[in-house]
Write a protein that binds this ligand. Structure first.
Ligand SMILES: [Fe+2]
Ligand SMILES: [Fe+2]
Length: 310
């Protein structure tokens, strides 16, 4: 059972990472449609703005409450988020509330926050709202995916990307639900499941990047392709660790090394997109988005490594 403080901290930390991820998924979907699907554009835009408001409410009660490690990890915002948002807003004409990013950059962490029953109640309500919104977005993603793969609809987003962001929404929903039930996670078991999940996500990011670069960007295409293969291999190893044919500590160690490398690649890529140094059809915010997901996975891996080596 989670303590009251753990409940508050874990909820807010989860939302700071995932609510931003969800609002960006809505944005990526929104800009991928053709004018024929104006209804889908409107639905994605609506959910995106709902997540903006939700994230604003999360930020407004997070200062001095969440752990410094989460803030340091760069999973909520990175030094590139603001510029990536400004560039993506400029390209699409869609207003992105950069003041949320600015206030997140100013958040302070605290390892020992003081318990406050009013705050606990507010977090509990936010968790319910987060679940409702995420469920609505997941349903929309499912509909889009089935329309796309049955050739009823065209979108510039890969079917695998829609499936990928649907899996991320389901993970967010299930994690809120667990926290809301005050379930304490078994970190050793969690390590294996999360490593299967996120290594696959890293492999897919590499493949999306590979496929969205301009065909003349040979070197970057090769690097992305190699990361794709490496993370496919790590996903396989993580699955084998589930049935104990590979040790989980080895998978954790190998994943840590690989994620540190892909983090650098994504960081340089995001910077290159913002500075107009890379030819591609990647919207800059997608670069920063995948960088934050790598940062999130990296923080989890560091926790798992400590638990496993104890
Ligand atoms: Fe994502
Ligand atoms: Fe992702």
């Amino acid at each position: 059972m989670l303590t009251n403080i753990e409940f508050i901290q874990q909820s807010l930390e989860l939302h700071l990472f995932f609510a931003r991820i969800m609002k960006e998924h809505s944005f990526f979907l929104e800009i991928g449609f053709t004018p024929k699907n104006i209804n889908f554009i409107r639905q994605c835009d609506y959910i995106r703005r709902e997540f903006d408001m939700f994230l604003a409410d999360v930020i407004s009660i997070s200062n001095g409450v969440i752990s410094p490690d989460v803030l340091k990890s760069g999973e909520a915002v990175t030094p590139y988020t603001l510029k990536a948002e400004m560039a993506s807003s400029y390209f699409t004409g869609i207003t992105i509330p950069i003041e949320l990013t600015e206030s997140e950059l100013g958040l302070k962490g605290n390892d020992m926050p003081v318990y406050n029953s009013v705050l606990e109640e507010r977090v509990c309500i936010l968790n319910e709202r987060g679940m409702t919104l995420t469920k609505a977005l997941a349903n929309l993603k499912s509909t889009i995916l089935s329309d796309v793969i049955s050739c009823k609809m065209f979108t510039a987003n890969y079917p695998l990307l829609i499936d990928h962001i649907l899996r991320e929404a389901k993970l967010y929903y299930n994690t809120i639900q667990k926290i809301q039930n005050r379930e304490k996670v078994n970190l050793a078991k969690e390590a294996n499941e999360q490593e299967i999940f996120w290594n696959r996500i890293m492999a897919e990011h590499s493949k999306f990047i590979r496929g969205l670069l301009d065909p003349t960007e040979n070197e970057l295409i090769n690097t992305a392709n190699n990361f794709g293969k490496e993370f496919d291999e790590l996903t396989k190893e993580a699955k084998e660790a589930m049935d104990k044919s590979v040790s989980i500590s080895k998978v954790t160690e190998d994943s840590l090394k690989a994620v540190k490398d892909i983090k650098k690649f994504k960081e340089q890529g995001t910077k290159g997109l913002i500075d107009c140094k890379i030819k591609s059809i990647i919207i800059p915010l997608l670069g920063d988005h995948t960088l934050r997901e790598a940062n999130h996975f990296l923080r989890l891996l560091n926790i798992f490594e400590n638990v496993i080596n104890k």
